[in-house]
Structure formats: C-alpha cells, structure tokens
Design a protein around this ligand. Structure first.
Ligand code: ATR
Length: 284
C-alpha cells in the first residue's frame, strides 16, 4: 500500500537493531492485511530513551516494540502495563492510546505458541533454561504458568538466576526450582530433562562458533530450543541435532511475538497461522 497522509507509523526501538527482522515481518503483515501502516527500526541507546519517548508522544506514533537494552527501563516511562508484563517484569510492546502509553509483553506467548504448533505439551515437564535476561524472564514465567513440573535456570551471573527464580516462585510456588552457574553446571547428573532452552545470546551472529553449554550427554528425547534466529541453526542446535533431538530455532517465536503485538495495536485478530506460514517461506 502506498504511503499517504493517513499512513500510521509503528517502530522498534533498541540498540543494536541493525540485524532485526521485525521491520520485514511487520511490513509483510501490514501489506498482506491491507493495513495503511509502515514499520521502521530506530537505533536508540539507553541515554536517548527519555527523548525518544517524548518524540513518540509528540508524533503520536501509535505503537512500538522495545528490545535490548530497554525492555525493563521502558516501564518507567509508561502510564500502565498489562498483568502479563507486570508478572514478567519486562515490556516488549507499547500501545499509544490517546497519548497514554500502555506496556505489554508478547515474547512469552510467542514462545508458547511456537511450542504448541509442534504439539509439545508442557504440563509436568522438566525444563532447563539458559540465561536470566528479558527473554528468559518472559519464557520461564510462561512455562511456569503452563504447568511445568521443574525449572532449573543457569546463568553466567548467578545473582540474576536467583532473582528470577524468586520472582517466579512468588507467583507459582508449587513448581520445583533450582539454579546454578552456567560454567559449573554438570549435565551428567541431569538425565531427565525434557526441554532445554537457550535464552542467552551465546552463538548469535557474528559469534556463531560459540555454544552456551556442552550438551554431549543429553539423550534424543530432549527437545532443544534456541531462541536465536540469526543464524537459523546455531552450533548449539547442530550439536543437538547430531544427538537425534528435536530442535527448534527462534524464528517462529519472533514472528508470533511480532504478530501478537500487531493484534494489540490494531485491536483485531489476525490470521496468525497463515501469516506465519507465509513468513516462514521467506529467505531470511
Ligand atoms: P534478552 O532481552 O535477549 O534476554 P538480555 O536481557 O541482555 O537480553 O540477556 C542476555 C542473557 O544472555 C543473559 O542471561 C546474559 O547473562 P548475564 O546475566 O550473566 O549477563 C547472557 N549472556 C550474554 N552473553 C553471555 C556470554 N558470553 N556467556 C554467557 N552468558 C551470556
């Protein structure tokens, strides 16, 4: 659709955002759904966040996504946040409602939808989560909500893993929790892990040769998920594939979180499955 004076602007703010697929995904969906809107990515470092928010309000930008490093700090500039975002403690989607900024989090739901697409049932599962940043917070909170039995979190900075576990425990006290340092974890003693999820940035372009954890000893029944989508198959996933495990990359989660953001901004249901299918065929 051509740009005209009615075209609405949506955007991503973060740093660095040069490799982001979000503009492609949103503009693809706007086109497919005949929505008179465009989506741009703006490089905003943490010193510019306050000015950026004033600019968004002044220009009446209708909605935006938030990525590294602003997912937590953005909360200080919002008028309200959803129950889910409150639970997670991070926001990745903001809607401008008549000048009031409302925060949401669609990362966790995007992740869960990508698992349910593969008919993976989460109830009673034992999950190992690598990382304790914004994405890990959203994912682990949603896994707890979906009824997993055990959550073990590994992180380079142990205090962050501990804090995340405490935050989840407050809301979901019946789950079995544990945490440890990523470098000291001994996978040999963990035979019954159903799903491992890498939520660290280890293995992401351009450091594609790194792996967050040696998974030599897992068996083929473990599902291995890496939320990284650049590259589509990280070294971590390649190692898991060699073991015969079901592997899942971060592309579907990314697409789902983007489209769920759009549903919030536009206040309407989109045909998610169809757009996801069309997007998955693109050459990223
Ligand atoms: P996101 O919003 O994508 O989750 P983030 O909040 O910056 O991004 O979190 C990044 C995660 O990757 C953190 O768990 C981080 O570990 P620390 O809490 O110790 O910083 C992890 N991470 C990043 N680089 C890492 C590295 N080289 N080795 C191990 N973990 C790393």
């Amino acid at each position: 659709m051509d740009i005209n004076s009615d075209t609405k602007l949506y955007c991503l703010i973060g740093h660095p955002i040069s490799k982001s697929l979000s503009p492609y995904i949103h503009n693809f969906s706007f086109n497919k759904n005949n929505i008179n809107a465009k989506y741009l990515a703006f490089e905003v470092d943490k010193y510019k966040l306050k000015d950026c928010i004033s600019g968004i309000k002044a220009l009446d930008i209708k909605g935006f996504n938030v990525t590294i490093p602003h997912k937590v700090d953005i909360i200080n500039y919002l008028d309200d946040i959803s129950e889910e975002a409150k639970l997670i403690g991070a926001v990745n989607t903001v809607k401008n409602v008549n000048g009031k900024l409302i925060g949401y989090n669609t990362d966790g739901l995007g992740f869960i939808k990508s698992l349910y697409d593969k008919k993976i049932d989460l109830e009673g599962k034992n999950v190992l989560i690598l990382g304790s940043g914004g994405a890990s917070r959203a994912i682990s909170m949603m896994l707890a909500k979906e009824g997993v039995r055990k959550i073990h979190i590994l992180n380079r900075t142990i205090d962050k893993a501990k804090k995340l576990i405490n935050d989840i425990k407050k809301n979901f006290p019946k789950i079995e929790y544990s945490y440890s340092n990523l470098a000291e974890f001994n996978i040999n003693n963990q035979q019954d892990i159903d799903i491992i999820i890498n939520c660290t940035s280890v293995g992401m372009y351009p450091d594609e040769n790194e792996i967050p954890l040696d998974i030599k000893f897992i068996n083929q029944n473990t599902i291995v998920y890496d939320i990284i989508y650049k590259p589509l198959k990280t070294k971590f996933l390649k190692k898991a594939e060699e073991k015969g495990c079901l592997i899942i990359n971060g592309l579907k989660m990314l697409i789902y979180q983007a489209l769920i953001s759009e549903e919030i901004w536009l206040n309407k249901k989109l045909d998610l499955e169809n757009i996801v299918m069309a997007l998955e065929k693109q050459d990223f």
